[in-house]
Design a protein around this ligand. Structure first.
Ligand code: M6R
Length: 609
C-alpha cells in the first residue's frame, strides 16, 4: 500500500528519497511525490500519477539540492489517483508539507471547519486536512503544532511532517501504521514506513509504537508521547540481509520466493524442535492454560486465511478442540462469541493488514487470549497480540504470497503438535512420527521444485483459457482454494476452487469439453471419493490435471497429466501440493505477459479497510 520515506543529513535528500521509494514499490501504489526544503527558495514539490518513472521523468534536469526531504507512494483511498491527489500535501502558503499512510476518518468536519476559516483545498484527499491543520495551529513551535494536530485527527496513520520554518527537523508520528527511523553514521538519519527502504543505508533503527512522536534531526533523534513527555526507546538492529530484499538472479520476486521455500520452512521449523518434541519458549503455555480454552478462532485475510483453514484441520485433528476460521473483514462485524476462554489466533504475513489488526483489537476488547502468527517482528499485529510466534520466511516482496503461506502452515502444524503435547491428546510416538516427517519437508519441497518443466508446459497449454477449476476434498480442498487465488491474482484467469463433493450440487453444470480442472487427490482418507469426483469431470470431457502423491498408481489410469509430489502424511502434504500450484500460476501469468510481482489493483500490504 502507501510508502513513506524521509531524509535529513548532509547529502542531497532527493537521491535517498527516490531510491527509498523504489525499494517500496513492491507495496503497490498509483502515484508518487517528493518534497525537498531548498532554504530561501522554499519547499520544492513534485508529484506524478503512475509509476515512479513518471516522477523521475518530471524531475529530469531539475533535481533539488536540499538536504532534508520527504517522499511518498500513494495507493488511492480518498480521491482518484492523480498528480494533485498524490502526496506530499501542503498548506495554503507552502510552509508545511506532509505525507501520510492510513485514513483520517474525521477529515470531512475538519475540512469544513478549515474552509470556514479561509483555507483553500486543492485535492480530494483526507491527508490535505492535516497540512492545513498544522498551518492553523502553528505559532512558532513545530512540535506543539504537530501535537495539536494529532489531538484533533481520528483514524489510522503514519505521518511525516516538514516545515520551511524548521530546516533542521522532521517530525514523524504513528498510529496503527508502521514507521521506522534509521540511524545513519555521519550526520544523517532516515525515516521509512518499511525497513527495506533503509537497509542498504543502516541497520540501526528505532521502531515507533502507536502514540510515539519522533523529532528527527541530522545528529539527533528524540521521542515524545502525545502529551509531549520524553520517552526513551531501544535501538532495534535489523538482521535481514540486504540481498534478501533483492531479486537475487530470478526474473521475479515471486519465483525467487517460491524457490526460497525449503530454506524458509527449515528456518521456521528448526528453532522449535528439540529432542523430538516441539518447543515454543515464547508461549510457555501449560495444560491448565489449554484446559481453560474452550473455543479457538483463526482470523485472517487472503492467503493467510487459507493457511488458517489448514490450521483448523491440524488443531481439530491433533488437539480435538473446536476451531472456527473467519475472514477478518467479516469477524468483527458479526458479534463473534468471544470471551476470556477463547483463543483468537490471527495470521498475517505483513502484520499490518488493517482488517486483521482490527479483529485482533476487538478480540482483546472482548477479553480473549490472542496469538499472532506473523512474519514481521515489530509489526502492529505482533505488538498488539498477547502471544506472538514468527514465521522465518524473510521479506516477502511479491504481492502474491508463497513462502509466507508455507511457513504459516508449518507454524500452525507445530502449534497443534505443541498443544497436543501439553494436552496429551495424541500418543508421544505419534508426535515423534509426525516430527520426523516434518523434518523431511524442506528436502521434499526442494524435490518438488526440481522438476518444473511439465508445469511450464501445462501453463503454456492452458494459460489462455478463460476459466480454470480446482477440486479436492479435505486438506486438498484447502490447498485448491489457495491455488485458485494464486492463479486469479497474478494471471487474471477466472479460477474457482470447489470441494469435490460439492460439484454435483451446482458447479458441474460449468464443466464442459475442454475446461481445465486441476484435481488434487492426496488425502488418503477420502481418496476413493475424490477419484469418483475426478471421473465425473472427466466424463464431461474436461481437461484434468491431477496432483497426486508419489506411489499413486491409480490416477494415471484415468488422467493424461499427473504431477507427482513426494509422499508424506496427509496432514503435511499441503506443504508439497501447493508448490506446483504456485508455479502453475506463475508460468500462466508469464505466458499471458502479466506483471507478476505487481498485479493490477492489488497491494502487498492492505493497511486500509
Ligand atoms: O499480510 P497478510 O498476510 O495479512 O495479508 C493478507 C492478504 O492480503 C494476502 O495474503 C493476499 O491475499 C495475498 N496477495 C495473496 O497472495
Amino acid at each position: 500500500m502507501c510508502g513513506i520515506v524521509g531524509y535529513i543529513g548532509n547529502k542531497r535528500a532527493i537521491d535517498f528519497l527516490l531510491d527509498g521509494l523504489t525499494k517500496l514499490e513492491y507495496r503497490g501504489y498509483d502515484s508518487a511525490g517528493v518534497a525537498v526544503n531548498c532554504g530561501d527558495e522554499g519547499i520544492f514539490i513534485e508529484k506524478a500519477v503512475g509509476r515512479l518513472d513518471s516522477l523521475k521523468q518530471k524531475l529530469k534536469g531539475r533535481l533539488p539540492n536540499g538536504t532534508i526531504g520527504i517522499g511518498h507512494t500513494r495507493w488511492a483511498t480518498h480521491g482518484r489517483p492523480s498528480d494533485v491527489n498524490a502526496h506530499p500535501h501542503s498548506d495554503c502558503h507552502g510552509n508545511f508539507v506532509v505525507v501520510h499512510n492510513g485514513i483520517i476518518e474525521n477529515y470531512l468536519p475538519l475540512k469544513q471547519d478549515l474552509i470556514s476559516k479561509g483555507h483553500k483545498f486543492i485535492s480530494e484527499t483526507d491527508t490535505e486536512v492535516v497540512a492545513h491543520l498544522i498551518e492553523e495551529n502553528y505559532h512558532g513551535d513545530f512540535l506543539l503544532a504537530v501535537r495539536e494536530v494529532l489531538a484533533k485527527i481520528e483514524g489510522s496513520y503514519s505521518l511525516l511532517f516538514m516545515s520551511k520554518f524548521h530546516p533542521d527537523t522532521l517530525i514523524a508520528a504513528k498510529q496503527d501504521n508502521p514507521l521506522v527511523i534509521g540511524l545513519g553514521e555521519n550526520g544523517e538519519n532516515f525515516i521509512a514506513s518499511d525497513i527495506p527502504a533503509i537497509i542498504s543505508y543502516t541497520r540501526k533503527t528505532y521502531i515507533l509504537n502507536d502514540g510515539d512522536i519522533a523529532i528527527v534531526q541530522k545528529n539527533n533523534v528524540q521521542f515524545v508521547n502525545r502529551q509531549g513527555a520524553p520517552i526513551s526507546k531501544k535501538i532495534f538492529h535489523v538482521s535481514w540481509n540486504a540481498a534478501a530484499a533483492e531479486k537475487g538472479g530470478y526474473e521475479h520476486f515471486m519465483l525467487k520466493e517460491i524457490n526460497e521455500q525449503p530454506k524458509a520452512v527449515r528456518d521456521t521449523i528448526s528453532p522449535h524442535i528439540l529432542n523430538n518434541s516441539v518447543n515454543f519458549n515464547e508461549l510457555n503455555w501449560n495444560s491448565d492454560f489449554l484446559k481453560n480454552i474452550n473455543k479457538i478462532y483463526i482470523v485472517a485475510c487472503g492467503t493467510a486465511y487459507h493457511a488458517g483453514l489448514v490450521g483448523k484441520f491440524y488443531i481439530e485433528k491433533l488437539v480435538r478442540k473446536l476451531v472456527e476460521v473467519d475472514l477478518a473483514s467479516e469477524f468483527r462485524y458479526r458479534s463473534p462469541i468471544v470471551d476470556e476462554n477463547t483463543l483468537v489466533i490471527v495470521v498475517s504475513q505483513s502484520g499490518e493488514t488493517s482488517d486483521t489488526l482490527a479483529a485482533l483489537k476487538e478480540s482483546k476488547r472482548l477479553g480473549a487470549k490472542t496469538l499472532a502468527v506473523t512474519n514481521v517482528v515489530g509489526s502492529s499485529i505482533a505488538r498488539e497480540a498477547e502471544f506472538v510466534i514468527l514465521t522465518a520466511a524473510g521479506p516477502e516482496i511479491a504481492v502474491a504470497s508463497t513462502k509466507a503461506y508455507t511457513t504459516q502452515l508449518i507454524l500452525m502444524f507445530m502449534l497443534a503438535l505443541y498443544m497436543a503435547q501439553l494436552s496429551k491428546s495424541i500418543p508421544e510416538n505419534e508426535i515423534e512420527r509426525l516430527i520426523n516427517l516434518l523434518k523431511k519437508i524442506p528436502a521434499q519441497i526442494s524435490e518438488t521444485l526440481s522438476d518444473v518443466d511439465p508445469i511450464k508446459t501445462f501453463a503454456q497449454m492452458y494459460g489462455f483459457n478463460d476459466d480454470v477449476f480446482y477440486i479436492g476434498r479435505s486438506l486438498d480442498y484447502c490447498v485448491a482454494l489457495e491455488g485458485a487465488l494464486k492463479l486469479k491474482e497474478i494471471s487474471y484467469i477466472h479460477a474457482e476452487a470447489y470441494a469435490a463433493g460439492e460439484l454435483k450440487h451446482g458447479t458441474l453444470a460449468l464443466i464442459v469439453e475442454g475446461v481445465p480442472v486441476i484435481a488434487l487427490a492426496t488425502q488418503k482418507s477420502v481418496y476413493e471419493k475424490t477419484l469418483s469426483n475426478i471421473k465425473e469431470v472427466k466424463a464431461r470431457d474436461a481437461i484434468v490435471i491431477g496432483i497426486a502423491a508419489q506411489g499413486d498408481s491409480q490416477l494415471s489410469n484415468y488422467l493424461d497429466h499427473v504431477i507427482f509430489v513426494p509422499d508424506t502424511d496427509e496432514l503435511l502434504i499441503p506443504l508439497l501440493t501447493v508448490v506446483p500450484l504456485q508455479l502453475l500460476a506463475y508460468y500462466a501469468a508469464i505466458t499471458r505477459g502479466c506483471d507478476v510481482d505487481k498485479p493490477r489493483n492489488l497491494a502487498k500490504s492492505v493497511t486500509v479497510e
